[in-house]
Design a protein around this ligand. Structure first.
Ligand code: 4AD
Ligand code: MG
Length: 465
């Protein structure tokens, strides 16, 4: 008999029909006469109830049907009298594919802590919580591709292994095939990369932006969507060493249109989640965060505030003058801390905020310089609970200004000569941004820790599975 996935099975109304489902046992309970198996196959948060008449099956046959076991069930689809489900299956034959020893299977009781589940990340997708999170993650990826495809953007694949440091932060994981026990160095103690695999020093990319700009300056509008890597030693609930980033890059648009694109994009994704992930979001809201759905609707329905960095500093300083205390000081010229960003978003405006025109010293070399000589056309999108969800900018299109800024910031010409060619040949205004996929996931799921929205998180001292 062909299998029906449980997502479809729970919607069927052809009661009396024969049906086959396969899945993993969530629970089994019952009495002397009847056993109830809650079966889940990952297609939905909902289980299907399998009713086993013990006059037709022996206890012996059912002995290994315990939490975590994998089954194929043939039976008759029936209307359920029980609460919380509309259909059930009256079993006629059960095949046990694999048992899960109750003495050893770690996912016995409900209510394991998220910290514990992180230690068994190889099994946690089988829990309701992580099933919901990873189904939403898939949906967000579909939303992202659909959004850009519908608007004529091309999916442009930028390299994972690179020899340039886009963000200039020096937080890169090196890639080498050299024997680390026997590193070849010259007389000055400098490592000789000529014999390395690529013949030069290489690392995992921190961002696909520089190559993305090459794409935009040819195809008009592109986006990247891939893994990026940062060896920053940030042990926080919002940082990963390996995270996924979406980076649209568009020729002929300036910062204002870039901001609108960012807002439309995030709203589209959140709306997609509300429309297509209702069961999973309802579950997460019920379990972890009863304000989740209101927060999602709020973001879809409201424009984001647009504000310059300088104005933001003014607002924060005003609060400090009135007695408000922050852990970190607020000074024009230094980066805002997440407590400051969240204060602006959560307490002052009570809306997402797009902060623009940051001091050039705290931003990357490629950002367009304003006429004031002090600020650049950067934009950060700040979200409730998350802080920075997007970072982007209008790009400097003038070869002369860009060259000067790269020198000032010690970005070697030999590493970016190809990037500079976009300014040398047919340069044009262009803009783009990067959305941290897991930051979006944090927002949409209401989860608190970024390690709980990616299947196998990589963080300092942690690369298991
Ligand atoms: O602000 P960032 O560093 O910007 C860039 O990389 C630009 N090249 C993007 C562009 O203009 N094309 O990173 C962009 C976003 C952040 O706003 C944040 O959401 C996410 O990437 N992000 C991280 N997410 C998880 N863990 C980390 N360690 C992250 N670092 C940045
Ligand atoms: Mg940033």
């Amino acid at each position: 008999m062909t299998r029906t996935i449980i997502k479809d099975a729970v919607k069927r109304t052809d009661f009396g029909a024969e049906i086959n489902v396969k899945g993993w046992v969530r629970t089994r309970r019952g009495n002397k006469n009847v056993s109830f198996i809650a079966l889940n196959d990952g297609s939905t948060i909902n289980n299907i109830q399998v009713v086993v008449d013990l006059t037709k099956f022996s206890e012996e046959e059912l002995k290994t049907i315990t939490t975590g076991a994998s089954l194929s069930v043939n039976g008759i689809l029936a209307e359920s009298m029980g609460q919380g489900q509309s259909v059930e299956i009256q079993a006629t034959a059960i095949e046990i594919y694999g048992a899960a020893d109750p003495e050893k299977y770690p996912l016995q009781k409900k209510g394991h802590t998220l910290e514990y589940l992180r230690e068994i990340a190889h099994l946690r997708p089988r829990t309701n919580t992580f099933g919901a999170v990873f189904r939403i993650r898939h949906n967000m990826a579909m939303a992202i591709h659909t959004f850009f495809h519908e608007r004529g953007f091309f999916y442009f694949n930028t390299p994972i292994i690179t020899s340039s440091d886009c963000e200039g932060a020096g937080q890169m994981f090196q890639v080498t095939t050299q024997n680390l026990y026997d590193l070849k160095k010259d007389e000055n103690g400098v490592i000789d990369y000529a014999n390395d695999f690529f013949g030069s020093q290489t690392a995992l990319t921190v961002s696909g932006q520089l190559e993305g700009e090459l794409g935009a300056m040819a195809l008009g509008a592109i986006y990247t969507f891939g893994p990026t890597f940062r060896a920053e030693n940030s042990n926080t609930p919002r940082h990963l060493a390996e995270f996924w980033m979406i980076e649209p890059e568009v020729a002929f648009i300036e910062i204002a249109e870039n901001m609108q694109l960012a807002q439309d994009f995030v709203q589209y994704c959140v709306n997609w989640a509300l429309k297509n992930c209702k069961d999973d979001i309802d579950f997460l809201a019920k379990m972890y965060d009863n304000e989740l759905i209101d927060r999602l609707k709020f973001v879809v329905e409201n424009d984001f505030v647009r504000l310059t960095y300088t104005e933001g500093i003014k607002i924060l300083k005003n609060y400090i003058a009135q007695g408000k205390k922050f852990e970190f000081s607020v000074d024009w010229g230094t980066d805002l801390q997440s407590e400051h960003e969240r204060f602006l978003v959560e307490e002052h405006f009570k809306k997402p905020v797009i902060l623009t025109d940051y001091p050039k010293e705290i931003k990357s070399f490629y950002m367009k310089q304003n006429d004031d000589g002090k600020t650049v056309r950067a934009m950060d999108v700040l979200f409730p609970k998350i802080g920075e969800i997007i970072g982007g900018s209008q790009r400097e299109e003038s070869l002369e200004k860009l060259t000067r800024r790269a020198q000032e910031m010690n970005v070697p010409e030999k590493d970016i000569w190809w990037y500079m060619d976009t300014r040398r040949f047919g340069t044009a205004p262009h803009s783009g941004f990067g959305l941290g996929f897991e930051r979006l996931m944090l927002f949409v799921t209401g989860m608190q820790n970024i390690r709980d929205v990616i299947p196998f998180p990589r963080a300092p001292k942690s690369a298991n599975f």
